[in-house]
Design a protein around this ligand. Structure first.
Ligand SMILES: Nc1ncnc2c1ncn2[C@@H]1O[C@H](COP(=O)(O)OP(=O)(O)OP(=O)(O)O)[C@@H](O)[C@H]1O
Ligand SMILES: [Mg+2]
Length: 264
């Protein structure tokens, strides 16, 4: 469903600020895979998502989504294939538009022109129905401006808008990080439900190790632009947070020793 082949991305190449954000990275996702992504700040997690969504074009390597090479396809032309929710609740929705207008915008992104004009009443009913599934009462507030919603409500709406058109890939970049624990749990549970309901192929970045172990069927750990650890479903089920952290230290330590050996 998703294939990243030898992706290389360098920022500010040839300057003192040069940064290798993705270092010949490979990744393959099968349809329905739900992969949690962990790694320290600056590891390259968001860059990976930006390359998949077309915000960034890699310096080398290729990106395939649903069997199609999209490496050089501009972001707007692959938007239909991708659903994305960001850390900032303000990022995924238009605050001055109503809930209904926001949903209509997300909906039309994935439909042909004739369908876009579709029966308004029918579409309204559909929007109400999907909003109802969030259990937040938003179905009764279709004409409320999205800017008036709480962070948690906006994030739930963003998640819905990113998924109800059933994209080929769902990208979640720390989408619960800005919420209080109760709201974060709500959004986490919603994520689980929605991903299962549509069997979405999903990449979810999180700094919460427990969440990374609890959700999904695979886990990857990134460091310095590389995927340094891949955990499959079975291994994941038996791992604890402590073991995961030890593993991180072990791999990093080993890498540092190698680097030192190379430098000496
Ligand atoms: N547009 C950019 N211009 C220059 N450098 C960038 C840009 N985007 C990312 N970087 C750098 O690339 C590296 C990887 O950044 P990235 O945002 O992918 O990290 P991350 O793993 O998402 O980190 P975090 O957990 O802090 O979100 C960092 O060193 C970052 O400073
Ligand atoms: Mg990031």
């Amino acid at each position: 469903m998703l294939q990243l082949n030898q992706i290389h991305k360098i920022f500010n190449e040839g300057t003192p600020d040069e940064k290798i954000a993705l270092d010949w990275t490979n990744l393959q996702l099968k349809e329905g895979d739900f992969v949690t992504v962990i790694g320290s700040n600056g590891a390259g997690k968001s860059t990976l998502m930006n390359v998949i969504s077309g915000v960034l074009i890699p310096d080398a390597g290729s990106v395939e989504i649903a069997g199609k090479d999209v490496t050089f396809l501009p972001e707007h032309k692959r938007a239909r294939l991708i659903g994305r929710v960001f850390q900032d609740p303000m990022a995924g929705t238009a605050p001055n538009m109503t809930i209904e207008e926001n949903l209509a915008m997300a909906y039309s992104r994935n439909k042909s022109r004739t369908l876009r004009r579709g029966v308004t009443k029918k579409r309204k009913d559909y929007f109400k129905e999907v909003l109802q599934s969030l259990n937040l009462g938003l179905e009764n507030r279709l004409s409320a401006k999205v800017g008036l919603l709480s962070g948690g409500e906006r994030q739930a709406l963003s998640l819905l808008m990113a998924t109800f058109t059933e994209p080929s890939i769902l990208l979640l970049d720390e989408h619960t990080a800005a919420l209080d624990p109760a709201r974060a749990e709500l959004i986490t549970n919603l994520t689980k439900e929605i991903v299962e309901k549509y069997n979405l192929t999903t990449l979810m970045v999180t700094h919460n190790m427990q969440q990374a172990l609890d959700l999904g069927n695979r886990l990857i750990m990134m460091d310095k632009g590389q995927i340094i650890l891949e955990v499959d479903e079975q291994e994941k089920a038996n791992l604890t947070v402590d073991q995961l952290l030890n593993e991180f230290q072990r791999i990093r330590g080993a890498k540092m020793t190698n680097d030192r050996a190379l430098l000496s």
